[in-house]
Design a protein. Structure first.
Lengths: 281, 596
């Protein structure tokens, strides 16, 4: 997906000029059932019932925070939100607006029931398309669906470069410098804007909405859209539009009890044997 | 160690359906606020408290606040970090005057915020609570210049506040205050004396501390009539608002206590050198009277501490009861251990906590709603009747909720069995923390004297009588539902006991010792009846919602209220006899005989 992004060798990381310009950042925020009280799976559709009150997915609070920091660093610009959710639910948006986002677009439509990840991405992309964003930020994976595909799919639909697993982002002129989390450490990536990046949980500390922020959020605009407003026919979305089908839901296997090695003076030998049997040493 | 789940649904129920928040928000004073906004705020505040403050609870207990040479008091690092986030959040200002940066929300919503904070960490919450009291005092009695100088920073929490009443010889007997205030001649005073027990009297979470100090000017009359209130900042404030010299007040030591270890309880020395600079708040000699204007809020808050700690202890014990396997419950598979929650006696430990917590919440928040109506009510008649009832309920809120919290947090320990007696589980901390509630802000004995001496005699006992007859009307409604007949009968009987006991106290008021001897059992009796009456009201509200989409929630309130009506309320019948027994047996033994 990083067609236009380049992985920099360490020697290539040069201090680039830090000319600032107004930043417009769109953050994709998913509103999900409270994981502390998640509600049930619908046995028929094998998806999570979403008729309960939804909250801001914690995974997306990092994206909101990163976006706010980028705009604050630029000194000018704004953060806007896009979300697709059932029942015109906006409690999660309220939290992100109270954190400091300026406005939101909410796509909510009974026709969207059953929409899979790719179609979700198409819908979100259609919402983002005309916003003139410098940067689109999403979570690496949501807390309830966690297919972990939507950000890259949005990038593909919009034909934008995509950087995943961003640990930190810095703006430099018309590029962003991204530290991308890897198993070994991080890659330094330079990527032209506009771009889509996904951020991993925990990389920034999301702010809590202040009292003033909560009060201000009440008057921030939330534009509601239907699938048709975005140019989708009914059979392109929802169950009928989904190429993905959940065929089975099964309990995760319980972990098997491990072997307990008691130290009778020979424990180290047994541990070495055990590790050898796993071919890890 | 233990997580805290903010009881947001319960708070919504209590505020909207029990304490009359929607009505309060129609008054001119508060119609700029709506219920949805209140609950949006509570949701965010609840998440904040659970994530930011609740984790400090163990540090507060185990590290505690510590004193070192030079009068420095150091709070745990987690306290400082959480406190600075509270300041950033602006939550502390929500109930106060918008002119000084507040949100202008009604007090009853401030109670909900306070509950969320206190359940998260009671010791930590005291800093905000005392600051709130000091703000209240300055708003009501301070001069414009004092308000402009101190309030904006106190509302954000950048500066904190304290209340300095107690001295070694002046505890319950505040009139014995001996701290001196000598006029300098330029409007300021030099304060000298020693104050003890001063909560957050010194700490390292904020830039400045604004002490409100009760003291005597030269020639002042003895007793409470000669007391004046002074504002004494830790750092003097320059005319541009910046901080100047350190004032002559220092922390000599802090106490080592049973609980709330995170909250420094300070001995403060005023005027070891040239005398601490202070300024009158309100007129000379009005100190005690002015203190009383804040007393209702402060006492209600301490009652709420009882509920808040009881809630946290309950959540903890409920979690354990579901995990701990022991014995086989009735009906369980032979040889298979059951979670202890399946045993009837453990159910009792849990239901007793659940039911009392619900009932106490009704009492506290209804009391808070009445205080709001006493200020904001549509007309003088509504304000006066709200004021009357609120002041009747105050000693009940303060004492009953702190007494019962001592009992329910102890039940929480009991659920844990031996592990409850072990500090690591955290159950014991709640019991230790809760214990102070019955002592400070006027001991519960003093509250009982207030109830019998001042509140019960209001309008010749008619203020109490009005409440009892309302409860009897509710009892009639209960009896229309087969499931609530027993509750209804018990409530009528309980109101009868309250009436007999109250009548006896009024009739025997001339024998002061007899009336005071009955004061504590009467407080327990009347408090339990009031909790029963409000639980009955809750049962009726829940009754209409049992089938709806929130049937599970209302069902829980319904059963919890029934449990109160059937298993707790009947206790008052025995109390009636204790109230009316008189003082003979109390004084029949000499001090010497009491020892044998
Ligand atoms: C069978 C099926 C039925 C479904 N039914 C419904 C339904 O009834 N109603 C409905 O609203 N959705 C429905 N969905 C959509 C689903 O809830 C997700 O929005 C979608 O599948 C994305 O999957 P994910 O959460 O695994 O995304 P991931 O790829 O794991 O998410 C990564 C990031 O993408 C962004 N993102 C993902 N989803 C959204 C979103 N919806 N809004 C804004 N940003 C988002 C977030 O930033 C998120 O952190 C259904 C999906 C499936 C597969
Ligand atoms: C942790 C802690 C924090 C505190 N914080 C503050 C603070 O911030 N500011 C402040 O000014 N004070 C504070 N106090 C002081 C507190 O308010 C007093 O301890 C309380 O008022 C009781 O006074 P005392 O300790 O002198 O007890 P005493 O008055 O000596 O009471 C001892 C016992 O006698 C009973 N008794 C006394 N007089 C009577 C009477 N007339 N009738 C019936 N019974 C009576 C009491 O009920 C009690 O059971 C704090 C105390 C503690 C322990």
């Amino acid at each position: 997906m990083c067609r236009r992004a380049h992985v920099l060798g360490l020697d290539q990381v040069v201090k680039l000029s830090s000319t600032m310009h107004a930043m417009k950042v769109v953050v994709c925020v998913k509103q999900i059932p409270d994981p502390a009280d998640p509600g049930a799976l619908d046995p028929e559709t094998r998806t999570l019932k979403r008729d309960v009150k939804l909250i801001l997915d914690e995974s997306d609070s990092y994206g909101v925070e990163m976006a706010l920091q980028l705009v604050e660093a630029a000194g000018e610009g704004e953060v806007t939100l896009v979300s697709m959710a059932p029942n015109n639910e906006r409690s999660g948006l309220a939290t992100a607006l109270a954190m400091g986002a300026a406005s939101a677009t909410l796509v909510s439509d009974p026709a969207l029931v059953g929409t899979d990840a790719l179609t979700t991405a198409k819908i979100l992309a259609a919402t983002i398309k005309d916003q003139g964003a410098d940067l689109v930020i999403a979570g690496s994976e949501s807390s309830d669906g966690y297919t972990g595909t939507v950000p890259e799919q949005i990038a593909a639909v919009l034909d934008l470069p995509s950087v995943t697993a961003a640990k930190s982002v810095e703006v430099d002129g018309s590029n962003i410098l991204v530290k991308r989390q890897t198993d070994a450490g991080y890659d330094s990536i330079i990527c032209p804007m506009p771009a889509v990046i996904s951020v991993t949980a925990g990389v920034v500390e999301p702010r809590y909405p202040s009292f003033k922020g909560i009060m201000a959020a009440k008057s921030k605009p939330v534009e509601e859209k239907l699938a048709a407003d975005l140019g989708f026919e009914e059979d392109q979305v929802g169950w009928s539009g989904s190429g993905q089908e959940i065929v089975e839901v099964a309990e995760a296997p319980t972990r098997e009890a491990g072997d307990i090695i008691e130290d009778d003076g020979e424990a180290h030998v047994k541990i070495v044997e055990f590790l050898e049997s796993l071919k890890v040493i | 160690m233990t997580s805290y789940v903010p009881p947001l649904r319960n708070l919504r129920f209590v505020l909207d359906e029990m304490a009359g928040l929607p009505d309060i928000l129609t008054t001119e004073m508060y119609n700029h606020v709506d219920t949805e906004t209140v609950h949006m705020v509570l949701e965010e505040v609840g998440r904040f408290m659970a994530e930011v403050v609740a984790p400090t609870n163990v540090d507060g207990d185990q590290i505690g606040s510590n004193w070192s040479e030079g009068g420095v008091v150091t709070t745990p690092d987690s306290f400082k970090a959480a406190y600075s986030k509270i300041v950033e959040s602006g939550y502390a200002a929500i109930p106060f005057d918008p002119d000084f940066g507040g949100g202008g929300f009604p007090w009853v919503t401030a109670l909900a915020i306070q509950e969320l904070l206190t359940s998260s960490d009671m010791a930590f919450s005291l800093c905000n609570l005392l600051t709130q009291g000091a703000i209240d005092a300055i708003i009501h009695h301070g001069e414009e210049e004092q308000k402009n100088t101190y309030l904006p920073k106190m509302l954000t929490g950048e500066w904190t506040g304290t209340m300095n009443l107690s001295e070694p010889q002046a505890g319950s007997d505040v009139g014995a205050v001996a701290t001196k205030a000598e006029p300098v001649g330029d409007g300021s005073y030099r304060i000298t004396g020693q104050k003890i027990w001063i909560t957050f009297g010194e700490h390292d979470m904020a830039d400045n501390i604004i002490h409100l100090v009760l003291a005597r000017t030269p020639g002042a009359a003895p007793g409470t009539r000669g007391i004046s209130m002074f504002l004494v900042p830790k750092f003097l404030v320059n005319s541009d608002g910046s901080l100047g010299d350190r004032n002559d007040v220092s922390c000599v030591s802090i106490e080592h206590k049973l609980g709330i270890h995170g909250s420094p309880t300070c001995v403060l020395a005023y005027g070891d050198n040239e005398g601490a600079l202070g300024w009158l708040v309100g007129d000379e000699f009005t100190g005690m009277r002015n203190m009383f204007t804040m007393m209702n809020n402060a006492r209600l808050s301490v009652g709420l501490q009882g509920v808040s700690v009881a809630e946290r202890a309950y959540q903890l014990s409920l979690g354990y009861a579901q995990e701990r396997l022991q014995g086989t419950a009735v009906g369980g598979e032979k040889g298979v251990q059951s979670p202890i929650i399946e045993h009837a006696d453990v159910r009792r430990l849990l239901m007793t906590q659940r039911s009392w917590i619900d009932a106490m919440r009704y009492l506290i928040y209804i009391n808070g709603g009445l205080l709001d109506l006493a200020n904001a009510g549509v007309d003088a008649a509504q304000r006066e009747s709200a004021r009357e009832r609120a002041s009747l309920l105050i000693p009940l809120s303060k004492s009953l909720c702190t007494d019962v919290a001592n009992e329910t947090t102890s039940l929480g320990v009991q659920v844990f069995g031996g592990m409850g007696y072990v500090e690591e589980t955290g159950a014991a901390q709640h019991m230790r923390d809760a214990r102070i509630g019955a002592i400070y802000e006027g001991t519960n004995g003093i509250q009982a004297a207030d109830l019998v001496g001042r509140k019960l005699p209001m309008r010749g006992g008619q203020v109490v009588e009005d409440l009892l007859s309302e409860f009897e009307d509710i009892a009639d409604e209960l009896r229309e539902d087969d499931r609530l007949v027993r509750f209804g009968d018990n409530l009528v009987e309980a109101c009868g006991a309250a009436r007999t006991a109250g009548r006896w106290l009024l009739d025997n008021g001339s024998d002061l010792n007899a009336a005071l001897a009955g004061s504590s059992p009467y407080l327990r009796l009347l408090g339990t009846v009031v909790c029963g009456g409000y639980s009955a009201k809750a049962a009726l509200v829940a009754q209409g919602n049992l089938e709806g989409s929130e049937g599970e929630f209302y069902g829980a309130r319904f059963v919890s209220a029934r449990y109160f009506g059937e298993q707790i309320l009947p206790q008052v019948v025995g109390l009636e006899k204790a109230v009316t027994a008189g003082s003979d047996q109390l004084f029949a033994l000499s001090a010497k005989q009491l020892a044998i």
